[in-house]
Design a protein around this ligand. Structure first.
Ligand SMILES: [Zn+2]
Length: 478
């Protein structure tokens, strides 16, 4: 099938204008330029700016599918509203949390009949804000039959579940969630937002099986570079198809800033005596890396604190500065570490949205807040910066990432000007560089050129300008 996509403008990974038309044949780009160059081809007219499809360099596919099945029910003001919100949950099971009858305008109790009215085609469960009680629809009750296990904790007629019965139903429903459906739901949502490739981090055997099934059914249409979990990579190395492959292993050098387990060189400012927890040192990282590379894999190391980052930098040096080592997050970097990241041309998978979400980081870090999220400094010194979301940790919508990257944060204190990427830099880091950082089947994405997969994103406004990023919506095209 031949088709000419005509838009306001076609923009490459680096922001360069390539004309206004892209010719697509059998899923590949076969030409790009001004519309007048292409005759006798059916046209699809698009309102907006075509760019290479976005590549998310760090997310969790199955986790995203799971999170998409759960909606926030806090603040719902009636049983009807709870049910209507539940119906918006994507995925094979509709789960919601946070309703509270104290917030209902009228004093009525949520029960099964309300849920059935809005969700009847799949199991649905609404957990009360306290977590000790839930309401299930008929499908959820029939699928899990909680009265056989906890007869005294179930009001079958009204669909009310108390304590262990609620827990039991939720666990049973999670078991029934087909990983194929979860991954498929995640991929469909990503593609509808113009994302056509990703590094899926700490992927499991379940996810690998799901990807294989989806590709066998011709339902992938997305490039996945899997980084297998520490416990499973020996089992999964070498698995893959045309559009997905286990290309690497994900290691953890430390924990998180929120839990005060990210490894810092000096104490947490709000927890004297605590420096966090180093999970791997340079020697263990290097040893594991050598073994993984022997199996043809790349290595991605999670390092949030500056002490963890130091170990990865040292491991990188010990290994002879290979090009297959990536650093995930690199959230806290001292000035000398920023220099080293650049001098060693290291891959850094960055999550610009963390700048906004970790608004409380000053408490943890004190004056070291100036060392947080120094992504532009790293890039200008030579580090290879790839953008990502860590979804479902952050929203996967690329426009949210781009806004945070260029400094449209709502609070300039969180996004200092010196670390704001320019729109074109952000676009490149989110397309071509993210594709290369991901590797494997994703490495062919990221640019609009002859022979590349027809993975195109459509921005409603010009993504190479600040005003465009401030206003744009993005969706998938092909
Ligand atoms: Zn992650």
């Amino acid at each position: 099938m031949r088709r000419l996509y005509v838009a306001t403008a076609v923009i490459d990974y680096n922001g360069d204008a390539l004309g206004d038309a892209v010719l697509v044949e059998e899923g590949r780009i076969s030409g790009v330029g001004p519309e007048s160059r292409f005759r006798g081809v059916p046209r699809v007219r698009l309102d907006g700016y075509l760019t290479p499809g976005v590549v998310d360099a760090h997310l969790h596919l199955e986790g995203l599918g799971m999170a998409m099945s759960t909606v926030d029910l806090r603040g719902a003001s009636s049983p009807e509203e709870v049910a209507a919100r539940l119906a918006r949950a994507e995925g094979p099971v509709a789960l919601g949390r946070g309703w509270n009858q104290e917030e209902f305008i009228e004093e009525v109790l949520l029960e099964r009949s309300y849920l059935d009215k809005y969700v009847s085609d799949r199991p649905a469960v609404a957990v009360r804000v306290c977590g000790h009680m839930a309401v299930a629809n008929t499908r959820a009750l029939e699928t899990t039959r909680p009265w056989e296990r906890h007869p005294e904790l179930v009001d079958r007629e009204r669909g009310l579940l108390y304590e262990d019965a609620a827990y039991y139903v939720l666990e049973r429903l999670k078991d029934t969630m087909d990983p194929v459906e979860l991954v498929d739901a995640a991929l469909r949502a990503l593609k509808s937002h113009g994302i056509y490739g990703a590094s899926s981090m700490a992927c499991t055997a379940r996810e690998v099986r799901a990807l294989k099934k989806l590709e066998d059914k011709g339902r992938l249409g997305f490039r996945v570079a899997c980084y297998a979990s520490h416990s499973e990579w020996r089992l999964l190395a070498g698995f893959g198809g045309l559009e997905w492959r286990v290309v690497g292993v994900k290691l953890f050098a430390d924990g998180s800033l929120g839990a005060r387990t990210a490894a810092l060189t000096t104490d947490y400012s709000d927890d004297p005596g605590n420096k966090g927890k180093l999970l791997m040192d340079k020697k263990s990282i290097a040893a594991e890396a050598v073994e993984a590379v022997g199996h043809g894999l790349r290595v991605a190391v999670h390092a949030i604190g500056d002490a963890a980052l130091e170990e990865v930098l040292e491991a990188h040096r010990l290994l002879g500065e290979p090009s297959w080592l990536r650093i995930e997050h690199a959230s806290i970097a001292s000035p000398s570490q920023v220099e080293k990241l650049g001098a060693q041309s290291l891959w850094v998978a960055a999550q610009p949205r963390f700048r906004v979400s970790d608004w409380w980081r000053g408490k943890r870090l004190g004056s070291r807040i100036d060392w947080s999220y120094r992504y532009r400094s790293m890039m200008l010194r030579g580090a290879r910066l790839a953008l990502s979301t860590d979804a479902p940790v952050e929203p996967f919508d690329p426009i949210e990432t781009l806004r945070a990257a260029v400094g449209l944060c709502g609070n300039p204190g969180l996004c200092p000007e010196s670390e704001n990427l320019r729109p074109r830099e952000a676009l490149q880091a989110y397309t071509l560089t993210a594709a290369h950082a991901s590797g494997g089947p994703a490495s062919v994405l990221g640019r609009i050129e002859k022979g590349a997969p027809a993975a195109l994103a459509l921005f409603s406004e010009d993504p190479t300008t600040m005003t465009g990023i401030a206003k744009a919506k993005v969706k998938g095209v092909t």
